[in-house]
Design a protein around this ligand. Structure first.
Ligand code: ADP
Ligand code: ZN
Ligand code: ZN
Length: 740
């Protein structure tokens, strides 16, 4: 027998199949989807490859497969081949997403070792311990805890029982406890407190949604739903009950959430309902070892529910019943590096093959998703009321132009100032949202107009006051601030633009008595800092939480009654056809953080464009009216969903080569795509035309990417790769989220 094998390589030229003979002893063991080691070319070492087809004979003289490695499912191979065509990349790059983490490297010795944990057990039965004779309070506490929870790790003892290693050691010396080394899964949920959360009686709207989706799950048929419900309308409760139903039918569930929503708070609701054992968590902050173990728990059918970010869609379940994609409008579901896949599209592909159900949930659906729902391509189920009867917050829009006119140059309008003051007095909490980190975001010489930019990127440097550094937020370049203008040597270097650090400073000046905490990438440096900051805010009743995007996602703080948006315009001014959509989404989401329980909420949105419709409509959070307005514009201007935007991107250090390559591609696209009604625009430098010393050019084309167009695009790419252009990287992306 002959296997057709794809070599594991990023080299575009190797994205093709090679024939290998299957040795007799492997004949019953390998099939489509097997990962194997094969001799290749003149390489000394064996290469890794994947079997994508098996046939009787070959027309060539072939070498033998050397070794079998891991078996993937045939569906995975279908998926990878489909992805490679759709997202213009190598099959092997897609397969990698489906392999057990930590095993995809060629250096097999480095594979992750199974980790050994130290578990604490009581050495003598609890009722035989003379607890009164033990002096240390901490020691007593640990013993009492172990009585009910024998076999916790030392780390858990430290985190949950809050005892130190020395407490553990003294109890070992007294022969009361013992340490046993065991190899167990590194479950990232170890150490999480479980507070049971009971199933709620669903309201009428929730019931209708639940019953409708349940029917499809029971019928084992592919169906796709949009669960469209305002923030706090009880979408998560519906998910939880759908999951319960699915696993009771012995089927598995994937829950995708945006990476930054994957907070402990969010996980607690799931763990509280289903326990730790059934849940696996997959996200980028896990160590490779943890990811490996979670993957194995899924493969071995121990975990039934996966909660994770984008790539968790590839979780190796065989009996998948339900895929839930929460906050489906979130940009993070589309990958912006190779393979540039969209998890929603992949979910659809998998669900069709596995006869499972897809549920997309959002308060502000992606315009494309809502359009599909309106056209009946997917079924819309609406939740229109807040589930716990709390009211939607009162939203006020403040015109910053008017503030300037009355001489208020601060970042805080009079109205917001008064509301913050009142909130501090009442001991309620406030969240302030500003989508820029750092102190000053723009540095310029008043004498000559020179702006300080990163030497490697076409990006303004941001001043960070805590470290007294200028930083590039793209490549990480940093330096001590200049005293003199590098251009004219004048001393008149001035700092403009405001980031979260400056906002925090300003709040300290305006409200010296208020306690504040800041959350942005600069304060989230350790694995748990995200969690720590949120806990601190909640438990220590800090007055004001200041932060970027991270503060607006899915948190639930009962005492937050005021949310201030410092500058709503930043997302509006993006050079992207989705600027309106993003502005409306983020404002609605921010507003959703205020007044989630009994206390009424207030939201203040500061802006220079109070009359732009995304801002105006966020006052009433009227998504449907927003949608109606936006979809008309999209139709008029020929943007998605009425058209696809094709980007051909070029990057490299040699700008002349980029120019000539892009011109060559332009001519080829122009010639081949015209008859499909696709307009191709001239190559141009990208809006950010240099990142990390690499020049960036691009071609934009607009039209509908049909199957035929996809084939032509793939052919064009192959043509370019065959030309062996060494120094210019070329990629294709459809409807990219990042138009910079
Ligand atoms: P969403 O996911 O749409 O933002 P959640 O599921 O988080 O909404 O629900 C918001 C709040 O309402 C939560 O505190 C939740 O416990 C509560 N809730 C949800 N469904 C119900 C229900 N049927 N009855 C009472 N409270 C509910
Ligand atoms: Zn100057
Ligand atoms: Zn840079």
């Amino acid at each position: 027998m002959i296997a057709e094998v794809i070599i594991d390589s990023k080299a575009r030229k190797l994205n093709r199949k090679f024939d290998y003979e299957i040795p007799k002893e492997l004949e019953d063991l390998v099939f489509v989807g097997s990962r194997v080691l094969v001799p290749f070319g003149n390489f000394k070492e064996l290469e890794q490859g994947y079997i994508i087809n098996i046939k009787e004979k070959s027309n060539y003289e072939v070498k033998k497969i050397a070794k079998l490695d891991e078996n993937l499912s045939e569906l995975n191979i279908d998926l990878a081949r489909w992805m490679a065509r759709k997202y213009f990349c190598n099959v092997s790059e897609c397969i990698k997403l489906m392999l057990t983490p930590g095993t995809k490297d060629k250096q097999k010795e480095k594979r992750v070792k199974e980790k050994i944990y130290e578990f604490i057990y009581l050495k003598i039965p609890y009722n035989e311990i003379e607890i009164d004779k033990i002096r240390g309070e901490k020691q007593k506490k640990l013993i009492t805890f172990l009585n009910k929870n024998d076999g916790i790790t030392i780390k858990e003892a430290e985190e949950i029982v809050e005892v130190s290693r020395s407490t553990v050691n003294s109890l070992i010396e007294k022969d009361i406890i013992k340490i046993v080394k065991e190899q167990k899964d590194r479950n990232p949920l170890v150490g999480k407190r479980i507070i049971k959360n009971k199933k709620l009686e669903l309201n009428e709207e929730q019931k209708l949604a639940f019953n409708t989706i349940c029917k499809s799950i029971k019928d084992n048929k592919f169906d796709e739903y949009l669960l469209y419900g305002i923030t706090g309308s009880g979408k998560t409760e519906v998910y939880l009950q759908l999951i319960e139903e699915t696993i009771s039918q012995n089927k598995d569930v994937i829950v995708l959430v945006p990476e930054i929503s994957l907070t402990p708070q969010m996980l607690e609701r799931f763990i509280g309902r289903f326990g730790k054992e059934k849940i696996a968590v997959l996200h980028s902050k896990l160590s490779i070892g943890e990811r490996h173990d979670e993957w194995m728990r899924i493969k071995n059918n121990k975990a039934k529910i996966v909660i994770g970010a984008r790539s968790a869609i590839f979780a190796p379940f065989l009996n998948l019943g339900l895929i839930i994609i929460d906050e489906e409008h979130d940009q993070s579901y589309k990958s912006e590096s190779t393979p540039r896949y969209c998890a929603k599209e992949v979910a659809e592909f998998i669900a069709k093959k596995r006869n499972s159900v897809v549920v997309l949930g959002s308060a502000t659906p992606d315009i494309n998703t809502f359009y599909k729902a309106e056209n009946g391509e997917i079924t819309k189920l609406s939740l229109t009321k807040r589930a716990n009867n709390s009211n939607l917050p009162e939203v006020t829009i403040v015109d910053l132009k008017k503030e300037l006119a009355i001489g208020n140059k601060s970042m805080i309008s009079t109205e917001l100032y008064e509301k913050i003051e009142e909130n501090i007095k009442k001991k309620n909490q406030t969240i302030l949202f500003l989508n820029r980190r750092g102190y000053s975001t723009f540095i310029m010489c008043r004498e000559c107009g020179h702006t300080l930019k990163c030497p490697n990127c076409d990006i303004s440097l941001t001043y960070h006051i805590t470290q007294n550094k200028l930083k590039c937020h793209y490549c990480g370049y940093q330096k001590i601030p200049d005293k003199y203008c590098p251009n004219c040597k004048s001393e008149k270097i001035r700092y403009f633009g405001m980031g979260t650090q400056k906002l925090e400073n300003e709040i300290h000046k305006l409200f010296p008595e208020a306690s504040t905490i800041r959350m942005d990438i600069d304060t989230i440096t350790k694995k748990n800092s995200h969690e720590d900051i949120l806990n601190k805010f909640k438990e220590e009743n800090i007055d004001i939480l200041i932060g970027t995007q991270m503060v607006v996602k899915g948190h639930h703080f009962p005492k937050v009654t005021l949310v201030g948006v410092i500058a709503a315009d930043s997302s509006l001014n993006q050079e992207d056809f989705r600027a309106n959509e993003r502005t409306f989404q983020i404002l609605t989401q921010v507003a959703g953080r205020a007044g989630r329980e009994e206390l009424p909420g207030n939201v203040i949105i500061q802006t220079y464009n109070p009359n732009s419709f995304p801002i105006e409509l966020s006052k009433t959070q009227n998504y449907e009216l927003f949608y109606q307005t936006e979809i008309k514009l999209r139709k008029q201007l020929k943007y998605p969903p009425f058209c696809d935007i094709i980007v051909a991107g070029f990057s490299g250090e040699n700008e002349n080569e980029i120019k000539s390559v892009s011109l060559y591609v332009y001519k080829m696209l122009e010639k081949n795509l015209k008859k499909y009604g696709i307009s191709v625009f001239q190559p141009m430098p990208a809006p950010i035309d240099k990142i990390q010393n690499k020049f960036r050019w691009r071609i934009i084309a607009k039209g509908i990417v049909t199957k035929d167009v996809n084939i032509i695009l793939n052919k064009c790419l192959k043509n370019i790769y065959d030309k062996n252009i060494k120094n210019t990287k070329v990629y294709l992306d459809i409807n990219s989220n990042n138009m910079a």
